[in-house]
Write a protein that binds this ligand. Structure first.
Ligand code: SF4
Length: 110
C-alpha cells in the first residue's frame, strides 16, 4: 500500500479547523464503527511495518462515516504520542502527518 499524501490529507482536514473538539468527540463516539459495530480489543496489534499496518487500518475503518473527524480529533488530542489505529491510518502515518497538519494550523509540531 502506498504512503498517504500528508499534504493533501492535512489540507482536507482544514475544514474542521473551527469545529470544537467536544463536537468531534460526540460525532466520533456516536457514529464511529469501532464504537458500536465491533470491539477495538479484537483488532490485531500493529506490526510496525508500514504496508501491512496501512492495510489493517484501512480494513478496520472501512465504511466508517467519521474517518476524517476521527483523524482530526486524534491529531488534536494525541498528536505525536499517538498509538494504534485511528482515522483509518496506523500510528506511524499519523506521526508523519502530525507536523504537516500542525504547520497548516499555524503552529509548530510539539
Ligand atoms: S475511523 Fe476507525 S478508529 Fe476512527 S471511529 Fe471510525 S472505525 Fe473507529
Amino acid at each position: 500500500m502506498t504512503e498517504p499524501n500528508y499534504e493533501e490529507t492535512a489540507t482536507r482536514l482544514n475544514r474542521y479547523d473551527d469545529v470544537p473538539s467536544d463536537i468531534l468527540t460526540h460525532l466520533v463516539t456516536r457514529d464511529g464503527l469501532c464504537f458500536w459495530a465491533f470491539d477495538r480489543a479484537d483488532v490485531p496489534e500493529l506490526s510496525g511495518e508500514a504496508s501491512p499496518d496501512r492495510e489493517l487500518a484501512a480494513r478496520m475503518c472501512a465504511g466508517c462515516p467519521v474517518i476524517d473527524e476521527c483523524l482530526e480529533l486524534d491529531l488534536r488530542t494525541a498528536g505525536p504520542d499517538t498509538v494504534g489505529v485511528w482515522g483509518a491510518l496506523p500510528d506511524t502515518d499519523r506521526r508523519a502527518l502530525y507536523p504537516v497538519w500542525a504547520r497548516r494550523r499555524g503552529g509548530e509540531a510539539r
